[in-house]
Structure formats: structure tokens, C-alpha cells
Design a protein around this ligand. Structure first.
Ligand code: HEC
Length: 380
């Protein structure tokens, strides 16, 4: 590194910045010998030069691009790109966030990308579940209202995986326009039923009072007996109950869980057996499976509607199927055999057969006791 480039830089920068630049370029000389541990010092030196237009200063530009290559794919890459407005790095910013969704700079990388006008690329990445999944949560961390326009469409795409759509709700609700957009979707009847509980719960905790009260009108969170408000999900799963009292609740005629589920040898074999449900599901999933049965219908327990020749219909879970017949399991546990030749058509139902609103017959304490009981049902 000769003297000449330093002088060129000093002519075009203020004195203070000039000394930083000289410092920086001096470090570059060292860089050749001691590559890695110098990079962080270089980045620090670069920080002082940020907001300089590197296009008017070839020497600085060269230095910046050099450092950029050293940190490509690392957290510091995002800082350099942002500080020197390296707008042709939009694809790399996106790639960084996809590859490193848990990096502290993942959100910063997306925020920078949005500021650079890269939302079309982001939109394309959000259209695929594989690339959308890592991006959704960091997008919420950007706090940028533009994410509403990107994530609300994902919320509305019912052909997408439910995990991706739920993540989109959790993320978009963190900016005001996103929360408002969710309220609007619900008001227009365009919010899918498998997202209602999570949206209601998320909206009940937003920090904008007007949005919160609008949400409470269109999407009231689930209530317990006597219309008492259940605590928000996050609090509910912290509460501890009495599993013995919960066992009694499970068998109360008002909720009649036992009329559709086996526990050990007791009950009816219709829905999934719950003898080891505390091993399979955590508390949050247990609460959700009661408050919102359709949110995650267990595999093989989807409800089917069959239309039969002659105009009859049949409705139930498919217990088994051969070339000749379909065996339907009906509520109550009995079986209905349908000859294939009788069947005209079949459609899978979007809603669970498990009724919604069972918690409305219980007090909050009874509900918590029930969850405690379910959580206690574990592999011996
Ligand atoms: C009318 C029948 C019916 C009643 C009543 C009923 N369930 Fe269900 N339940 C089902 C069906 C069918 C499924 C499987 C479909 C689904 O996941 O929504 C299910 C699923 C579940 C699951 C998830 C199981 C798994 O393996 O993922 C839990 C937990 C559960 N029920 C608990 C309860 C509790 C507690 C009650 C009483 C408050 C209850 N159910 C009442 C039919 C019923």
C-alpha cells in the first residue's frame, strides 16, 4: 500500500474522516499477513467512514469491496452492505437471511433489503414454503410496515402449509399495518378457520389500543364458562392445575371427551387415543387442540363426506380402505361399510369432527385442571 492512494482519499474527505481512512488503508497493509483477526478491526475502521459515497472515491470503494469479500456470508456482511449502500447486494442480503435465520443480523439484512427496494425478490422467496419458512420470523423483527403487504397475502393462501401461515400471522401482527390487516381479513370473512384462534390470541396482545379493541369485536378470544375471559395462551400454559380434578372434568357430560377418546381401556375409540398424549403434545399444543381443534388435525383423523348413488350421504373418519370398500368410523365408534360401487364422490372436510367451544362449559380452573390431566397421561 503506497502513500499515493492515501493522499487521494484525503483530498476528497474531511480531515477527521481522512485520518480514519488512512488508518483503514494502513490496516490493509497488515491484512495481507494476518488475514482473519484484522478483519474485525477493519470493519470498525470502516464504520467511521460510513455514509461516504464510495462511487466518488475509488480508493475507498476498493477498500470497502475488499472487506466485503472477507465477510461475505457472515453477520458483518450485512453492516458493510448497509453502511455503504451496496444496492447490488440485494440477492446476497436475501440469501444471508435464508441461510442464517437465527443470526442477530437476519432482520437487519431484510430491513436493508427493503430499504434498497428489494421487496419483489422477497415476494418471490415468500411464494415458496422452503424459502418462506426461515424468512417469516426475522421479517417480524424488522418492525417495517412494508412487511404487511408481503405477509398478509401468505396468511390468505389457504393452499400453503398451516405452519407457514401461522408463522406469518405471528410475524405480521408485530407491525401496526399488519395487525390492522388481520382484523380486516377477519371482518371480511377471509380468515381461514385454522388461523382464527392464533390470530385472536395474537391480536389480543398488540400494543395499539384501537387495533386491540377492533380485534376483540371481530375475533373475540375463546371464553370460558359464563363468558369469562380465558387468560392469553402464553399465560394459560404457565398455570398449573390438579390432574385428579382434571380426570373428572374429562368425563363430565358437558364436555364428554370420553365419548370420543380412549384413555387406557376406558372411553370410545373414535378420535385418537389419549393414553400417552402428554408425551406426544406439550401444554401449548394441548390447549390449542381443545380451543381450536381444526388448527392441526391429526393425520388419519380427517373428516370425510361421501356422496352415494341414490342421493344418500355418509360422514366420518376413514378407518380403512380396500379396492372394494371404504370403512367409515362414525362418532360413537361404530363402523359403516361403503361399497366402492355405491360411492359417487368424496370430499375431505376442512374442519375437525371434534367440536369447538368445549371450553365454554368449563371454568378457567377446570380448564387448567383438564390440561394438567392430559399432560400427565404419559408412557408408563
Ligand atoms: C365428537 C368427538 C370428540 C369429542 C367430544 C372430543 N374430541 Fe378430541 N378429537 C376428536 C377427533 C376426531 C380428533 C382428531 C382430529 C383433530 O385432531 O382435530 C380429536 C383430537 C383431539 C386431540 C389431539 C390428539 C392428537 O393425537 O393430536 C386432543 C388432545 C383431544 N382431542 C382432546 C379432547 C378433549 C380434552 C376433549 C374434551 C374436552 C375432546 N377431545 C372432545 C374428537 C372428539
Amino acid at each position: 500500500m503506497g502513500v499515493l492512494p492515501n493522499i487521494t482519499i484525503c483530498r476528497s474527505l474531511s480531515l477527521r474522516l481522512c485520518s480514519a481512512a488512512v488508518l483503514l488503508l494502513g490496516f490493509f497493509g497488515l491484512l495481507a499477513q494476518e488475514a482473519n483477526d484484522r478483519t474485525s478491526i477493519l470493519i470498525e475502521a470502516l464504520q467511521r467512514l460510513k455514509d461516504q459515497d464510495i462511487e466518488t472515491n475509488p480508493a475507498l470503494k476498493k477498500a470497502v469491496l475488499n472487506v466485503l469479500e472477507k465477510v461475505r456470508g457472515k453477520s458483518a456482511f450485512v453492516d458493510v452492505v448497509r453502511d455503504f449502500k451496496l444496492t447490488n447486494e440485494i440477492p446476497a442480503l436475501l440469501e444471508f437471511a435464508i441461510q442464517n435465520p437465527r443470526d442477530p443480523n437476519a432482520a437487519e439484512s431484510l430491513k436493508t433489503l427493503l430499504q434498497f427496494g428489494g421487496s419483489d425478490r422477497l415476494k418471490a422467496a415468500l411464494a415458496q414454503d422452503v424459502t418462506a419458512a426461515p424468512l417469516i420470523n426475522p421479517l417480524g423483527d424488522t418492525g417495517d410496515n412494508r412487511i404487511a403487504g408481503l405477509l398478509l397475502p401468505v396468511v390468505g393462501q389457504t393452499d400453503r402449509s398451516v405452519d407457514v401461515r401461522r408463522a406469518a400471522v405471528r410475524s405480521v401482527v408485530r407491525v401496526q399495518e399488519g395487525a390492522l390487516g388481520l382484523v380486516q381479513l377477519a371482518r371480511d370473512g377471509r380468515l381461514a378457520s385454522d388461523l382464527k384462534l392464533i390470530t385472536a390470541t395474537e391480536l389480543s396482545t398488540v400494543r395499539w389500543p384501537a387495533v386491540k379493541s377492533a380485534a376483540a369485536e371481530v375475533l373475540p378470544p375463546p371464553a370460558a364458562r359464563g363468558n369469562a375471559q380465558l387468560p392469553p395462551l402464553a399465560e394459560l400454559i404457565q398455570l398449573r392445575g390438579d390432574s385428579r380434578r382434571g380426570a373428572t372434568v374429562f368425563r363430565l357430560p358437558e364436555v364428554n371427551c370420553i365419548s370420543c377418546h380412549l384413555v387406557g381401556n376406558e372411553g370410545v375409540d373414535f378420535g385418537p387415543a389419549l393414553s400417552e398424549i402428554g408425551t406426544k403434545l406439550g401444554r401449548e399444543a394441548l390447549v390449542e387442540s381443545i380451543l381450536d381443534p381444526s388448527a392441526g388435525i391429526s393425520f388419519g383423523f380427517e373428516a370425510w363426506q361421501f356422496s352415494l348413488k341414490g342421493g344418500d350421504e355418509a360422514f366420518g373418519l376413514i378407518a380403512s380402505e380396500t379396492e372394494q370398500e371404504v370403512v367409515l368410523k362414525l362418532q360413537g365408534g361404530s363402523m359403516n361399510r361403503l361399497k366402492k360401487s355405491e360411492i359417487e364422490g368424496r370430499t375431505k372436510q376442512p374442519l375437525s369432527i371434534m367440536p369447538i367451544g368445549l371450553q365454554a362449559s368449563l371454568s378457567t380452573q377446570e380448564f387448567v385442571d383438564l390440561i394438567e390431566y392430559l399432560a400427565s397421561l404419559k408412557k408408563p
